[in-house]
Design a protein around this ligand. Structure first.
Ligand code: PRX
Length: 670
């Protein structure tokens, strides 16, 4: 499919025009991977001798026992039988022990800050050391033990906002219950100025879950007939009369209890439970921008090792760093790069409860200044949002502590990349554009900040242990410059092991289209220098007069226009062309949509990509339907463009009201 787009080179490829930015010189001296030579040598070893390579990485962690057989065993070929991946099977360990106890005992990091917590309101913050964190985890584990709620193998859901009580996650990791973190809630929380009654949402949800035993902070399903619900007091003293009404919810004495009361006399000591390397660690549901959510299952050892090493190399972690990922912990980025990766390295991180625009649009920059953040990781959608407000708001803050910037979640258009690089990084900070998925557990294609010459918009090269290939529609591997399906030929330690409760769906979704490969579901382009450019989800491709175009390239062209802050592109049926291009554009603050801007945008896309890509429709949009993790739900946009009102499930949208607004303003005729 996407291979047909190869002809697109005739129309000019943005990949080749983009300038290259050298890797950061001043990071090199003490960088873990200082140059491409070191990268290549380590990469080759990781591919050809994966067992040796990964056991060396594993040796930095604590293992109660060693693997009983092969370090890495797998089958990626559906024709040869069941798909499976096993890493260090038979070895026993405990993730919580490795990320907390080991750091405190072996590395003497007890008094080091694990998290600076920054609340929704700027006057609400705290800090928690490694010692504090371990004590809370142990106390909480003891609470659960006492209540007889959780034992090995139970599935538990955590519904919390971005507050320090998320230590609960590690208490479960300590027990190794599989945590089912679909979305995270608690009693009540402010997101900007909006107060959300999470207890009420939880109660509604409770009703739909059969035999719920423990909820709010935790659910333990199917185990007991009675529900236990532990609730966090988070907004105490922060509500006025009006707000308090919002939070009124029935309190069920039989099942509900307050966390602080339970924790009061719990012991601060709790020994770890030793688990097999291949025991489940957690199940995380993918963002659901297409189809029914999939319960991606990750296991103990491979996930720990891979998130630890990627964090160390991709953010070039050093002990005096202050790292901040703005992701939600309920998203894989929060699991891998707020919780496990940083803690496994003994890092200090910022945990932020709020939103980028509250109480003002420079909140991110204020937080970077406040904590002297050195490594900053966010999503292109946040960058585009903040770009809209201009450079002056940024320039009021001292961002000189920054050393490395990162992005994740979707392709970053070069406008946003350059703004991030020039205005936020002051041309001093390399940008690591990390491509990965809930399914991959950690970064799989990414620059290394002191080694990789950067091309804006390209995730560049594979990380250690990751062997990508580009396939055409017939499943043939394409060499050199090419465009097609992005696939992986062998497993790395943190690749998902299954879809919870449905191994067949796992095999069908990822391994059946091209037997022998893990199919990521994304299209990609490899340029003449071997750089990988992600072109977007295959399902979102646009087929105009038989030419396949990626959403990413059309959107990138639109955002080159000075008035445009963000764009999303979908297809709509067309009598002659089969499909035509329908664009939603959000303008920068203070810009007004005019017919002339519409014409300029059409011209821009035509010039950048070719006449075939000329949009038929341009709708001025006040906002876009996005999931809470910031992904555009193109499925919904397609339905708006086509005027199809049967929307299906839109419950994961951050702001569902935008859908009606977009419907009411849709373009009828070109
Ligand atoms: O389409 C790719 C896009 O996000 C998808 C994975 O989404 P999710 O499982 O929610 O995980 C997001 C956080 C890792 C991918 O299939 N994606 C992610 N990172 C990038 C990206 N697309 C382009 N460039 C990236 N850096």
């Amino acid at each position: 499919m996407p291979s047909q787009v190869k002809e697109k080179n005739d129309k000019g490829s943005s990949a080749e025009e983009t300038p290259t930015f050298p890797p950061s010189g001043h990071l090199k001296k003490q960088a873990h991977i200082p140059d491409m030579g070191t990268y290549r040598q380590m990469y080759n070893r990781s591919i050809h001798k994966p067992e040796e390579f990964w056991m060396e990485v594993a040796s930095e962690f604590y293992w109660k026992t060693s693997p009983s057989g092969k370090v890495l065993d797998y089958n990626f070929d559906i024709r040869k039988g069941k798909i499976f991946v096993e890493f260090m099977k038979g070895a026993t360990t405990n993730v919580c022990y490795n990320v907390l106890d080991r750091n405190i005992m072996e590395k003497n990091l007890g008094d080091k800050t694990a998290f600076y917590w920054e609340g929704n309101a700027p006057d609400n913050s705290s800090a928690i050391t490694y010692w504090d964190l371990l004590k809370q985890v142990c106390k909480f584990a003891n609470v659960l033990k006492k209540l007889g709620m959780v034992k090995k193998g139970d599935r538990v859901a955590i519904y919390l906002p971005m507050i320090p009580e998320l230590y609960a996650m590690l208490a479960f990791a300590g027990f190794s219950s599989e945590s089912l973190c679909e979305r995270i809630l608690d009693y009540g929380v402010f997101r900007g100025e909006k107060l959300i009654n999470l207890k009420q949402i939880q109660m509604k949800l409770c009703k739909s879950v059969r035999k719920v035993c423990a909820f709010t902070v935790y659910i333990n399903m199917e185990m007991h007939p009675v529900a236990n619900c532990i609730v966090v007091k988070h907004l105490q003293g922060k509500l006025n009369n009006q707000n308090e009404g919002t939070l009124q919810t029935a309190w069920n004495c039989e099942v509900d209890s307050w966390l602080d009361e339970l924790m009061m006399d719990a012991s601060e000591e709790c020994g770890p439970v030793w688990l097999d390397a291949e025991d489940p660690l957690f199940i995380l549901y993918t963002s659901g921008s297409t189809g029914k959510p999939k319960g991606v299952l990750h296991t103990v050892a491979g996930y720990l090792i891979f998130t630890a090493l990627t964090f160390k190399c991709v953010f070039d972690y050093h002990e005096d760093d202050v790292y901040w990922s703005t992701a939600d912990i309920g998203w894989i980025t929060g699991h891998s790069y707020i919780t496990y990766g940083p803690l496994a390295n003994g890092a200090t991180s910022v945990l932020f409860e709020g939103i980028p625009t509250y109480p003002h649009v420079a909140r991110f920059w204020e937080i970077i200044q406040k904590y002297k953040v050195t490594k900053f990781y966010t999503a292109p959608t946040a960058i585009r949002l903040l770009m809209k407000y201009g450079n002056e708001v940024v320039q009021k803050f001292d961002l000189t502590s920054l050393k490395i910037l990162g992005t994740v979640g979707e392709p970053i258009n070069s406008e946003a990349w350059l703004w991030y690089y020039n205005v936020i990084g002051n041309q001093q900070c390399p940008i690591v554009d990390t491509f990965w998925q809930t399914e991959t557990g950690g970064h799989v294609v990414t620059p290394l900040p002191a080694a990789t010459p950067l091309k804006p918009g390209s995730a560049s090269f594979p990380f250690f242990g990751v062997l990508p290939a580009v396939l055409n529609e017939h499943g043939e591997e394409l060499e050199g410059e090419a465009e097609g399906y992005l696939v992986f030929k062998q497993p790395w330690p943190s690749i998902m092991r299954s879809l919870y409760g449905n191994h067949e769906r796992y095999e069908n979704t990822y391994f059946s289209k091209f037997p022998g490969y893990y199919v990521a579901g994304d299209g990609c382009k490899r340029d003449k220098d071997g750089y990988i450019w992600i072109t977007g989800r295959i399902d979102d491709m646009l087929n105009v007069s038989g030419h396949l175009l990626s959403t990413a390239e059309v959107e990138a062209a639109l955002t080159e226009h000075l008035a445009v802050a963000e764009a999303a592109v979908v297809s709509r049926p067309h009598q002659v062309k089969g499909e035509c291009i329908y664009c939603f554009v959000i303008l920068k603050d203070g810009k007004k949509f005019t017919e002339q801007i519409g014409e300029e945008l059409k011209k821009l896309v035509r010039e950048k990509i070719g006449p075939i890509a000329t949009p038929d429709f341009i709708q001025n949009a006040p906002g876009l339907p996005k999931t809470r993790s910031g992904k555009i739900m193109r499925r919904v946009l397609r339905q708006i463009a086509r005027n199809e009102r049967e929307l299906g499930d839109i419950s994961t949208l951050a702001d569902p009201s935008i859908v009606e607004v977009l419907f009411s303003q849709r373009c009828e005729a070109a």
